[in-house]
Design a protein around this ligand. Sequence first.
Ligand SMILES: Cc1cc2nc3c(=O)[nH]c(=O)nc-3n(C[C@H](O)[C@H](O)[C@H](O)COP(=O)(O)OP(=O)(O)OC[C@H]3O[C@@H](n4cnc5c(N)ncnc54)[C@H](O)[C@@H]3O)c2cc1C
Length: 473
Amino acid sequence: MTTSDTSTSPARHRVVIIGSGFGGLFAAQRLKRADVDITLIARTTHHLFQPMLYQVATGIVSEGEIAPATRIILRKQRNATVLLGDVFEIDVNAQTVTSRLLERVTVTPYDSLIIAAGADQSYFGNDQFAEYAPGMKTIDHALELRGRILGAFEQAELSDDPAEREKLLTFVVIGAGATGVEMAGQIAEMADRTLKGSFRHIDPTEARVILLDAAPAVLAPYGPKLSAKAKQRLEKLGVEVQLNAMVTDLDYDGIEVKDSDGTVRRIEAQCKVWSAGVQASSLGSVLAEQTGVELDRAGRVKVGPDLTVPGNPNVFVVGDMMAVDDVPGVAQGAIQGGRYAADAIKAGLRGQTPEQRKPFSYFDKGSMATISRYSAVMQVPLPFTKKKFETEGYFAWLGWLALHLVYLVGFRNRLNTFINWFFAFTTRGRTQLAVTEQQVYARTAMGALSALERREAEEIQEKLARAQRTRGA
Ligand SMILES: Cc1cc2nc3c(=O)[nH]c(=O)nc-3n(C[C@H](O)[C@H](O)[C@H](O)COP(=O)(O)OP(=O)(O)OC[C@H]3O[C@@H](n4cnc5c(N)ncnc54)[C@H](O)[C@@H]3O)c2cc1C
């Protein structure tokens, strides 16, 4: 076991940040000039720009463009240290965070803690579905999906059985939120434009793309007008939109669906994508066990107005892990939360007490989702009213591109992405269509290995705790 205390001077305030996503990274950067030692611990080596994951899955951009290495981003920030590790224990009394990397266990002490561990895919209690319908949360997911989508076309090319071909050329996206809509639109465009003419025995343009949801609308949070437009646009692309349709079972060859009238039917489809729900990081439960803090149904932590765990004014929870009224689980919620926590820590160093903190207030900058090339929906709140400006189509799409370029980290990434977009949208070409066998098949094995390692790390922790108790007695 290693103890990581990265302070250059013992007097410096130690800030530990869990997560290198929007909440964690923006908090670390906000503390750049503060007189603190930051240790950022994350289970991935990169800062992932999740809004563009679907473009990795469908071959428009490469994974490196949307996932720059965190330690390179923070290289010049001398007060920040980056550690790779999966945090599995937080001790709010001892003020330590315990993480593991393979069999190595590291304990990191803190004075202030910012937890920004985000959310995972939720299968609503049916975790076994994950094997047949990967979610869309990580680079691994996106690359695996790219492999499954392209792999289905390859298998169909080799098949002489019409029923099997039909199954292989049927793609089902479950969940008609922004990610589902983007995925369905892009699979349809990839089949109709990029792959057209590149096979000899099948016609990729005959692929069937189904987007289904148990809810009665696509992009429901965008309201009826934009929702109807998005559905219309998807249908024009050839996507079959099936609403009020609940997935009841799922296996290697297809899915079982129950419609609102109670009819149960089956869709034969080898390639399925799950974008239906999210569950906050299990670190919320670790906090709940220790502090008694309440969690909501999605496992998010019910923080106080200053984003701290009640009774623990030095433990902040931000981003997708926090449950705060009227703050959606979007990048801006995490960025603003991370920055707020960093500012509160800086103010504390200047003598501000937790009672003097102003409550966190979220500034809604609006939301947008792309449907296909040249088409998106956009909703922006109008100042001083409760109304929203709504638009869809080409200008909303240009707005989406511009905004996402601004928030991509690194000039080179922006430039490469811009070039890739230019070719992908003005021609039929997509440059990122490579897949490896490992990308497609390794996830299940990695999952088993990870569970094994987690158990080992927990056993080490238990042994240590037992030894400490024996010494104490
Ligand atoms: C496919 C997709 C599309 C999206 N599109 C949009 C969009 O268009 N616009 C928008 O505003 N938002 C979008 N979102 C939502 C947005 O990406 C999230 O709200 C945002 O990323 C939340 O930031 P976060 O810092 O809370 O978590 P994340 O960005 O998820 O970061 C979590 C971090 O914690 C780390 N971590 C997790 N568990 C542990 C652990 N136990 N130990 C150590 N590290 C850990 C992870 O490695 C990661 O670095 C999208 C999300 C997805 C998945």
